[in-house]
Write a protein that binds this ligand. Structure first.
Ligand SMILES: Cc1cc2nc3c(=O)[nH]c(=O)nc-3n(C[C@H](O)[C@H](O)[C@H](O)COP(=O)(O)OP(=O)(O)OC[C@H]3O[C@@H](n4cnc5c(N)ncnc54)[C@H](O)[C@@H]3O)c2cc1C
Length: 403
């Protein structure tokens, strides 16, 4: 029997979900579609947390690094699901997520970069990933406006992208169309746990009171650790990891860039409407919301070094987001020792990529009481078994690229 789920649970339990990011909405959509009564609560505008701030890269291969093999399997599983998931969402809610499959280019600007890139590339090949080494000239054939200093590159045809803000909109529409109820501007003050069982949610503000549910899902992103009512052992070890980003406007008819591009210190994600997303810093600064001159300067300088033509592009927007980063950079998914309490948090830099597998595997558990093998390694129980086991954050390790 999987942790914390009773065989007596109803086939269509009532479910209260904390957080209307891509995780909460994805799970809510699947459960509402299966006939459950589902309430999703967000204290702010839905989907305006990390899900809004992200770049939308689906980069399981390009981001694969030594030591992350278990996570790689999950990332690849979700990546495989994406085309079908995007089509299903569009059919359900009428909103396209602008799935783009040109692939991802990673480029090196000097010899040091090229050595580091070769190391990661060799590792990725050993993992059986479909990545291809390019000369500088071959990289420029794919992206003609790359700097003449680009001396080598890797092409990953299977790493794609979606517009994450459209994903939020698509999930909202699909969730509502399936009969799910969204409560905006409603803070969940606590999870009500009694006798080793989650009984519901304690709400603050206009809807203040206790709501009873058969199952409660914690999907509050970087804020998940702070929700009251959780026993210490089940307080997810998730912290906010700040990222500054900005976007530039290209001519959509004649864009400067067509692939997702990773260069030293920056990644660039071209959207169908001509925006180029430029990201991102990685900062251990808690929930600090400030854009800084240094952060933006670093991003723009790195962009210009790889793609000199950007100097003429207008800046559209600048923003800050907070990745929900767990102690080992991997998500926390599935049941807990408290019956009826299910986790979907800690997705770090991969929450958009992992939206399909999170929605399907977590809802599958709630409906059928079975943990799918693909999420088994990602239970919160792993932290209880190995206290203090921490790996250095992988962000930025490769070529100074930050996600
Ligand atoms: C700069 C940046 C770039 C990124 N780029 C990528 C990328 O390219 N590809 C990728 O796959 N991932 C990327 N990510 C990661 C991805 O955005 C996250 O992993 C994902 O969005 C997490 O989704 P979520 O639903 O868990 O959290 P969120 O989207 O943060 O949603 C959590 C929600 O919970 C709500 N909430 C919190 N506390 C409460 C409460 N007490 N009561 C009610 N509501 C509450 C919040 O208001 C929020 O709306 C990036 C993240 C950042 C910050």
């Amino acid at each position: 029997m999987p942790l914390g789920f009773q065989a007596t649970s109803p086939a269509r339990p009532s479910v209260g979900i904390v957080g209307a990011g891509v995780c909460g909405l994805g799970i809510g959509w699947r459960l509402a579609g299966a006939g459950c009564r589902v309430d999703v609560f967000d204290r702010a505008e839905p989907g305006r947390g990390a899900s809004w701030a992200a770049a939308g890269m689906l980069a399981a291969r390009a981001e694969a690094e030594p030591g992350e093999e278990t996570l790689l399997a999950l990332n690849l599983a979700s990546q495989e699901m994406w085309p079908g998931f995007a089509a299903e969402l569009a059919a359900a809610g009428g909103v396209s997520v602008d799935y783009r499959d040109e692939g991802t280019l990673i480029v090196a600007l000097d010899r040091d970069d090229a050595e580091a890139l070769r190391f990661t590339y060799d590792y990725q090949r050993r993992q059986g990933l479909d990545v291809h080494w390019l000369s500088g000239a071959e990289a420029r054939k794919r992206e003609p406006f790359l700097s003449p200093n680009v001396g080598a590159g890797v092409y990953s045809p299977g790493d794609h992208q979606v517009d994450n803000r459209k994903l939020v909109e698509a999930l909202l529409q699909a969730f509502r169309a399936a009969g799910g109820r969204l409560h905006t501007g409603v803070e969940v003050a606590a999870i009500d746990i009694e006798g080793g069982r989650a009984r519901g949610l304690v709400l603050a503000g206009a809807e203040a009171g206790v709501r009873r549910y058969d199952v409660v899902v914690l999907a509050a992103g970087a804020w998940s650790r702070g929700i009251a009512g959780l026993p210490d052992a089940l307080r997810p070890p998730v912290r906010p990891l700040k990222g500054q980003m900005l976007s530039l406007q290209m001519d959509p008819e004649d864009p400067l860039l067509r692939h997702v591009l990773w260069a030293p210190g920056v990644y660039l994600v071209p959207r169908l409407d001509g925006r180029m997303i430029v990201g991102a810093t990685v900062e251990e600064k808690g929930f600090d919301p400030s854009l800084t001159a240094g952060g933006v300067l670093d991003l723009l300088r790195s962009t210009w070094e790889a793609l000199p033509g950007v100097t003429e592009l207008p800046i559209v927007e600048m923003w800050v987001g907070h990745r929900p980063t767990s102690r080992d950079d991997a998500p926390i998914l599935g049941p807990t020792l408290v019956d009826g309490l299910v986790m979907a948090t800690g997705h770090h830099r991969n929450g958009i990529l992992l939206t399909p597998v999170t929605a399907d595997a977590v809802s599958h558990y709630i409906l059928h009481g079975k943990v799918m093998p693909v999420i088994e390694p990602f239970s919160i129980a792993r932290f209880a078994k190995k206290p203090g086991r921490a790996r250095p954050a992988a962000d930025g390790a490769k070529l100074g690229v930050v996600t």
